[in-house]
Design a protein around this ligand. Structure first.
Ligand SMILES: C[S@@+](CC[C@H](N)C(=O)[O-])C[C@H]1O[C@@H](n2cnc3c(N)ncnc32)[C@H](O)[C@@H]1O
Length: 428
C-alpha cells in the first residue's frame, strides 16, 4: 500500500504543477497490476477532491513546515483515513514506510506522530481548520467559492458540497438496441444492480470499469451523466430534420441525438484528435453522422450554406459543473479562465446563430456553475439578437433546477446529475 500512497502523492503534486489528473496518473503508472492502479487512482482523485481541507490539516499537524512531497503524502494518507475502509493503523504504518520511498527518511518520526495525533483528535482538528479558512472548509479555491456564492445565493453550499461527492456511474440505454428497463435486467442478471434515472438512464450501484458491463461492446449503452442526458430531448427532434452538433467530441450528446430520431446529423469539433472518439462511439453504437473538423466560431470554413433546423452548442467552458468527476479542475483553473471561456462562448454563439433556419432551435449548453458562462452569457446574446426568443424549459418534476441551471439533488436523492446549464433559443 505504501507504494500506491507514494504514487498517488506524486500524481497530486503533478496536478499542482499544472498537469491534468489523467495525464499525471499516466505519468506515474509503472505498469503495476490493475488493483494497485485502481487504488492509486482512487487516492489521487479523492485527495484532490478534498485537497483544501487535507492540506490545511497537514499544516496544522506539523510542527515544522513540510516539504511539498511529504505534505502531498500526508494529504493522501489523511484522505485514506477519512474516506476509505482501510484499517487506520495499517494505513499509518504503511505511510511511515512511504515517507522513505519519497526520499525523506528523516521525516518518518514526525509523520508518524502527525498521523497518530490525527487519529486521536480528528474531529477537533477538522473543526479547527474549517473555522480558520473557507478553502479548508469547502476544498475549493477562494475565488471559486466566492463566485458560486454570488451566483447562487440560495444554493451555493449544496453546490459546493455536491462537487466533493464521488460521482455516480450513469448509463444511457441505446433505444435503438434496447430499453432502459431491459438493460437494467440484463445488468442485474450479470450481478450489477442499478436504479433508473430519467427516460433512458441507469445509475449502476457499484461502479465498474464499463467494458466489464454486459452490452458495452454491442452498443447497448453509453456512459453519460443524467444531466447530460437531457440535452438531446430538449432539441425536440423529428425524423428528417437537419441537425448540427457544433462542439461534438467525444460524442455523448451527438450519439444520443442519432438514437432519438432519423435526422441528418452533422457533428463538428475543432479538435481532430477528440473527433476520433466521436467516430468510435458512433461505430460502437451502430449510428451514423457526418463528422468533420471545424471551428464553430468560423462556419465559413465548413458550412455548405443550407440552414439547420436544430443546433446544439455544447460549448467549451470551465467545467465547474462536473468538478465531482474532474476534481483536478478546481486546482488547475484560474479566476481569469472564466472570462476567457465566456468570450469564446460569445464568439461561438455569434458564429452559429446565422446557420439556424427561421423557426429553428439552438440549444446552448455548458457544464458550469458560473453565471458569466450561463445566464449572463444568454442575457447578453438576447440583448444583441432581437430575433432570438428564449423558451422556458419545463423539466420533469424530479429534476432539481433553477431556471436553466441544473442543481444537485438534495442528499443525493432523485435525479443525481452534474451542474449543466441549458438555454433554448428559437429563431423568430
Ligand atoms: C463540452 S465539450 C463537448 C462535449 C460533447 N458535446 C459531448 O456531449 O460528448 C466541448 C467541445 O468543444 C470543442 N471546441 C472548443 N472550441 C471549439 C470551437 N471553436 N469550435 C468547435 N468545437 C470547439 C472542444 O474540443 C470540446 O470537444
Amino acid at each position: 500500500m505504501q507504494h500506491e500512497q507514494r504514487l498517488a502523492a506524486l500524481a497530486v503534486r503533478k496536478v499542482h504543477a499544472g498537469a491534468t489528473l489523467p495525464a499525471a496518473l499516466a505519468a506515474v503508472d509503472d505498469g503495476a497490476p490493475t488493483r494497485g492502479r485502481a487504488l492509486v487512482q482512487e487516492l489521487a482523485y479523492g485527495t484532490l477532491r478534498h485537497w483544501g481541507r487535507l492540506a490545511a490539516l497537514a499544516d496544522a499537524l506539523s510542527v515544522r513546515p513540510l516539504s511539498d512531497d511529504v505534505k502531498a503524502l500526508v494529504a493522501v494518507v489523511l484522505y485514506q483515513l477519512d474516506q476509505t475502509q482501510a484499517p487506520a493503523f495499517a494505513v499509518v504504518d504503511q505511510a511511515v514506510d512511504a515517507v522513505v520511498l519519497v526520499g525523506r527518511p528523516q521525516a518518518k518520526p514526525a509523520v508518524n506522530a502527525m498521523l497518530r495525533r490525527y487519529l486521536r483528535e480528528r474531529d477537533a482538528l477538522n473543526a479547527q481548520v474549517a473555522a480558520a479558512s473557507p478553502v479548508a472548509q469547502w476544498s475549493y479555491p477562494r475565488w471559486w467559492i466566492g463566485r458560486v456564492q454570488a451566483d447562487h445565493p440560495a444554493h451555493w453550499q449544496a453546490i459546493l458540497a455536491a462537487g466533493n461527492e464521488r460521482p455516480p456511474l450513469t448509463l444511457r440505454a441505446n433505444r435503438r438496441v434496447t430499453t432502459r428497463d431491459a438493460l437494467g435486467e440484463r445488468l442485474l442478471a450479470a450481478g450489477f444492480a442499478s436504479d433508473p434515472v430519467g427516460e433512458h438512464g441507469l445509475v449502476v450501484r457499484a461502479p465498474r470499469t464499463v467494458t466489464e458491463l454486459p452490452g458495452y461492446s454491442d452498443g447497448a449503452f453509453s456512459v453519460q451523466d443524467a444531466g447530460a442526458q437531457l440535452a438531446a430531448p430538449l432539441l425536440a427532434l423529428e425524423d428528417g430534420l437537419r441537425v448540427l452538433d457544433a462542439c461534438a467530441a467525444p460524442g455523448g450528446k451527438a450519439t444520443h441525438i442519432a438514437e432519438l430520431a432519423d435526422v441528418d446529423l452533422m457533428a463538428i469539433d475543432r479538435d481532430a484528435a477528440r473527433l476520433v472518439r466521436v467516430r468510435e462511439n458512433l461505430a460502437r453504437l451502430r449510428l451514423s453522422a457526418r463528422v468533420a473538423v471545424g471551428d464553430a466560431a468560423a462556419p465559413a470554413q465548413w458550412w455548405d450554406g443550407v440552414p439547420f433546423d436544430r443546433i446544439l452548442a455544447d460549448v467549451p467552458c470551465t467545467a465547474s459543473g462536473v468538478v465531482r468527476r474532474h476534481p483536478d479542475g478546481k486546482w488547475l483553473r484560474r479566476k481569469t479562465d472564466v472570462a476567457a471561456f465566456a468570450s469564446q462562448q460569445q464568439r461561438i454563439l455569434a458564429g452559429l446563430w446565422p446557420l439556424l433556419a427561421p423557426g429553428g432551435v439552438l440549444l446552448y449548453v455548458t457544464c458550469s456553475w458560473f453565471a458569466a458562462e450561463n445566464e449572463l452569457q444568454i442575457k447578453d446574446f438576447l440583448a444583441r439578437t432581437p430575433e432570438a426568443l428564449r423558451e422556458t424549459i419545463i423539466f420533469a418534476d424530479d429534476i432539481p433546477h433553477a431556471g436553466g441551471q441544473l442543481l444537485p439533488s438534495v442528499n443525493g436523492a432523485g435525479h443525481n446529475q452534474d451542474g449543466f446549464f441549458y438555454a433554448r433559443l428559437r429563431k423568430g
